[in-house]
Design a protein. Structure first.
Ligand SMILES: Cc1ncc(C[n+]2csc(CCOP(=O)(O)OP(=O)(O)O)c2C)c(N)n1
Lengths: 350, 370
């Protein structure tokens, strides 16, 4: 990690209530203040402040050279960010929506992810790619997807996602300060969630690479990330009413994954449920289930369960509620790993 | 349709200096060159051709996995590379061996790539800002555009060509169909970045002729992006030098990006894995052999009084180069296995460290049994 965070000089502003989107905005602002090599580029991020207003006011305050409306081409945005990084800049790209990252796929997985490796470490690629992702906002096609697994699968990238305003603020600053390429997935349906944000980053601040135990519990470990951490927390509260104690873990980093935190929890609970909006096949849930089974097979009292989107293209908005994991599906999976019979067994093992 | 401009040619195929209006316009660039510089162009081309031959032989003998020859394209490459200034950055494709050498890349590092010893090869900062070869066609055009945008953002253009920076990207006629090349033209134009798009139109993208890529001369495409485009005889090293020199200096002065289409021909196969007799006719090949860049330049040098001694000396130099290349190639060793785990991230990481240790232990255990 670069020393830009360490030398961040701005006065601590204390804790304030911010939406998740504003928390990222203040994180970007701090990053722009802390390091003059930080530049933002994306579509409509200037005057408009981005379609979600995450960059609101930044061009006004930092100018058109620091906060750029790029021409409309995702490959161009990431590809030129690579060139800017060669030049010593620390670019932060915005991809307007999850479903529009694919035109940049080559530049991300075949170029960006490999350049540090290919130069035997001589060149760093400190590029952050911000991606609003996930469903639940009633959007048209290509605006509700969860493409994180494609990138988590790619060596050399870091893939992270936030679930609350504090993490959003801290993690975007850590991502920008990181000398590796970082895919920063923003849970768009949680942009308006409010929470306390302390802008002070100290060595004690949780790193973006470590998972967070959101709620302690003893019966079931429930792992989620991004938009579903709130849902998982609701499920834990509901389960508590029925006498089941759930430990909720917010993964934060999807690659690399902080397996130690998950493993410690599963050794304690003996049961694992993983949830994500993305399709199940080849997803993060599969990786976590396999890795945790390898690490603590003898501690498991039930096969890990996954609560995910179905293996179909993201459906039309009027049907998305049937696609997305929700409280009931989470509780249902909790029942299953607790050995309680219910109507579902997970579609894989029928 | 945009107006076609004449193809810039300073030396005719039989080595006669042209005197038409276009040629006259570029004459000052040539007149400014010393005899030694002019001789160097020849050495560069001859050594590059010998490099190709030696590398092809090494491939045939199983020493290299693959070789993409630049045979036929020496003038386009040498002229443009010699036109750059030391502070310039170069983003190559994978066939720019002459440019690499001129910028200071050790040719054995290119050989290492094709031998399967590395995916990278050199640190651009230590090799004349010559960036890594890029195999995904067109990708490097955007890296070049981004780098050039950075030069603009740094705002350090002073009007002094000796210090102001510019960027050259090399790509082929096939690559012009890639979206990334078009996007790079868009970004470079939008930000008025100091970038020269140097297209080597060698008429073939493996087995596909350029007519499949474009129904219009490729340099005319640049106009659609708001970028001046110019076509040159790419087998004329003087045209390549003078036109690149002029366009690079215009770009570095803040006039925005430029595109040069160098008409040339891939005399050899696409790579050593290719068989061009399957898709192209020998008379086409012969017509281009008749326009050979080295023969033409030698004829001109001789007409200016260069004697046998110099050409004999150059030939010896090329032979020595080849012998040295062969020797050093055969001396190349396989890197230690643990290298595959290094530099995935900017700092070492437990995931890769753990896998590195696992593989080391595993392979050691096999050795112990064996
Ligand atoms: C994106 C991409 N698609 C396909 C290939 C496979 N390929 C390698 S070289 C080549 C032809 C390239 O032709 P051109 O751009 O004219 O360059 P040349 O090889 O003639 O120098 C192809 C199709 C590739 N390397 N990258």
């Amino acid at each position: 990690m670069s020393d830009t965070l360490a030398k961040a000089t701005g006065p601590a502003t204390g804790t304030e209530q911010l939406t998740l989107s504003k928390a990222i905005n203040t994180g970007l602002r701090r990053a722009l203040e802390d390091d003059e090599k930080v530049v933002l580029l994306g579509e409509d991020i200037g005057k408009l402040g981005g379609v979600f207003r995450v960059t609101d006011g930044l061009q006004r305050d930092f100018g058109e050279r620091r906060v750029m409306d790029a021409p409309l081409g995702e490959s161009g945005i990431v590809g030129t960010a690579i060139g800017l990084a060669f030049r010593g800049y620390r670019p932060v790209c915005e991809v307007q929506f999850d479903g529009f990252i694919y035109p940049a796929f080559n530049q991300i997985v075949a170029q960006l992810a490999k350049l540090h490796y290919r130069t035997d470490g001589a060149v760093s690629m400190p590029i952050t790619i911000r991606v609003p992702y996930g469903g639940g906002i009633g959007a048209v096609e290509h605006h509700s997807e969860s493409p994180e697994a494609y990138f988590a699968h790619t060596s050399g990238l870091r893939v992270i996602t936030c679930s609350n305003p504090q993490d959003a603020h801290t993690m975007i600053r850590q991502a920008i300060a990181c000398d590796d390429p970082v895919l920063f997935f923003e849970p768009k349906r949680r942009y308006w969630t409010k929470g306390d944000v302390d802008q002070e980053i100290t060595p004690a601040t949780l790193s973006m690479e470590s998972a967070r135990v959101v709620m302690a519990g003893s019966d079931v470990t429930l792992v989620g990330y991004g938009p579903l951490v709130a849902t998982a927390s609701d499920a834990a509260l509901a389960a508590a009413d029925e006498g089941v104690s759930i430990e909720v873990i917010d993964l934060r980093s999807l690659s690399p994954i902080d397996f130690d935190t998950v493993e410690a929890s599963v050794r304690k609970t003996g049961r694992l449920v993983i949830t994500h909006e993305a399709q199940q096949f080849g997803g993060l849930g599969a990786e976590i289930a396999a890795s945790i089974t390898e690490r603590c097979f003898d501690y498991l009292q039930a096969a890990p369960a996954r609560v995910t989107g179905f293996d179909v293209p993201y459906p039309a908005a009027k049907l998305e509620d049937h696609f997305l994991p929700n409280l009931d599906r989470l509780l249902d999976a909790v029942d299953r790993v607790m050995g309680k019979r219910n109507s579902l067994t997970g579609w894989g093992n029928r | 349709m945009a107006e076609a401009a004449p193809t810039v040619q300073l030396l005719s195929p039989d080595g006669v200096l042209q005197s038409d209006a276009t040629a006259e316009q570029y004459r000052p660039y040539i007149d400014a060159l010393s005899d030694e510089q002019l001789r160097q162009f020849h050495r560069d081309m001859v050594v590059t051709r010998r490099f190709d031959l030696e590398a092809t032989n090494l491939q045939r003998q199983g020493q290299l996995a693959l070789w993409p020859p630049s045979h036929g394209q020496e003038a386009a490459q040498v002229g443009s590379a010699r036109a750059m200034r030391h502070q310039d950055h170069v983003f190559p494709s994978y066939r720019e061996h002459a440019v690499a050498m001129i910028r200071g890349v050790d040719v054995v590092d290119i050989v290492r790539l094709m031998r399967g010893v590395t995916h990278g090869g050199w640190n651009p900062a230590e090799r004349g800002n010559f960036h890594l070869y890029t195999l995904v066609l067109g990708s490097q055009a955007l890296h070049a555009a981004g780098y050039a945008m950075g030069i603009t953002f740094d705002g350090i253009a002073t009007g002094d060509p000796e210090t102001d920076e510019a960027v050259v990207v090399y790509f082929g006629d096939g690559a012009t169909s890639q979206g990334d090349v078009s996007e790079a033209l868009v970004f470079a134009a939008s930000f008025q970045a100091p970038q020269v798009f140097f297209l080597q139109n060698n008429h073939w993208a493996i087995s596909v002729p350029v007519s499949v890529q474009s129904r219009t001369p490729l340099y005319l495409r640049a106009g659609g992006f708001g970028i001046p485009g110019i076509q040159i005889d790419g087998n004329d090293v003087l045209a390549s030098y003078a036109v690149t020199r002029k366009n690079l200096d215009e770009a570095r002065a803040g006039d925005g990006p430029r595109m040069i289409e160098a008409l040339t021909y891939r005399i050899g196969a696409h790579t050593t894995s290719d068989d061009p007799t399957k898709y192209r006719l020998s008379h086409e090949l012969e017509s281009w052999i008749a326009r050979d860049p080295i023969v033409r330049y030698e004829a001109w040098l001789r007409s200016r009084g260069e004697g046998d001694a110099f050409f004999a000396e150059t030939a010896t130099e090329a032979e020595d180069f080849a012998a040295d290349l062969r020797k050093r190639t055969l001396e190349l060793t396989v890197p230690s296995t643990d290298r595959i785990f290094d530099h995935v991230y900017s700092e070492s990481h437990p995931v890769m460290d753990g896998q590195k240790q696992w593989l080391a232990d595993y392979e050691a255990s096999l050795g112990a049994e064996g």
